[in-house]
Design a protein around this ligand. Structure first.
Ligand SMILES: [Zn+2]
Length: 214
């Protein structure tokens, strides 16, 4: 190897990175014009650098794709969690609803007699002998309502005893199936209206339980 080749090859990196002083740069350029071997080395260096850049570009691209995929996966997981929560919430609502839905409230006329009340109770027992029947007088109804609106008492002022607009009622605790039977079978004197909880929209039912009762 010629002495000049050694010097030029030492300078090639600097030449490639364009960090050489003018004199050195000219020396390298002139030598490359005449020396095939050094030119070959220099060409290889440039080729290697191109390959490196290309590889880095490919790695960057792969990283981007991987990021995209993991972002997509995260989104899928989040959507999955939200859907699961919604489904579980709905299952909970319907389980609670059907547990509570075997309840019927039978509102009574103000002038109902004790005999008529007993008649209604007997009819219910004929449908479901295990049904729990509880009688709430007009006063009980009013007290219940006062309890519900205890933070807003003046809403109910003026509705005491003789002005009490609320009916007495029988609260019947039974199964969902028997609640339907009771609802359709009981049309006896003294019954004003029958409210089967099953007929209430489950969401409204839960809403009223959670918001109003608490
Ligand atoms: Zn040379």
């Amino acid at each position: 190897m010629k002495k000049e080749c050694e010097i030029v090859q030492d300078l090639l990196f600097g030449y490639k990175d364009e960090t050489l002083h003018m004199a050195s740069k000219e020396l390298v350029e002139n030598h490359l014009k005449t020396c095939e071997e050094c030119k070959k080395i220099f060409n290889n260096m440039q080729k290697d650098e191109l390959d490196n850049n290309k590889q880095e570009g490919e790695i960057d691209y792969l990283k981007k794709v991987k990021n995209k995929i993991s972002k997509k996966n995260k989104l899928i997981i989040i959507i999955g969690i939200i859907l699961t929560i919604i489904i579980l919430l709905n299952i909970g609502i319907f389980i609670y609803y059907y547990k509570e839905a075997g309840k019927v409230e039978i509102y009574l006329d103000d002038n109902i007699t004790q005999e008529q009340i007993d008649n209604i109770k007997n009819s219910i027992s004929n449908i479901d002998e295990k049904a729990k029947i509880e009688y709430y007088s007009k006063e009980d109804s009013l007290n219940q309502m006062k309890e519900k609106f205890k933070d807003n008492q003046n809403l109910l002022s003026g509705y005491e005893s003789e002005n009490n607009p609320l009916p007495a009622f029988l609260a019947v605790d039974t199964t969902v199936e028997n609640a339907r039977k009771i609802e359709t079978a009981i049309s006896l004197p003294g019954v004003k209206k029958i409210q089967n909880i099953l007929d209430i929209n489950p969401y409204l039912f839960i809403f009223s339980k959670v918001v109003i009762n608490n």
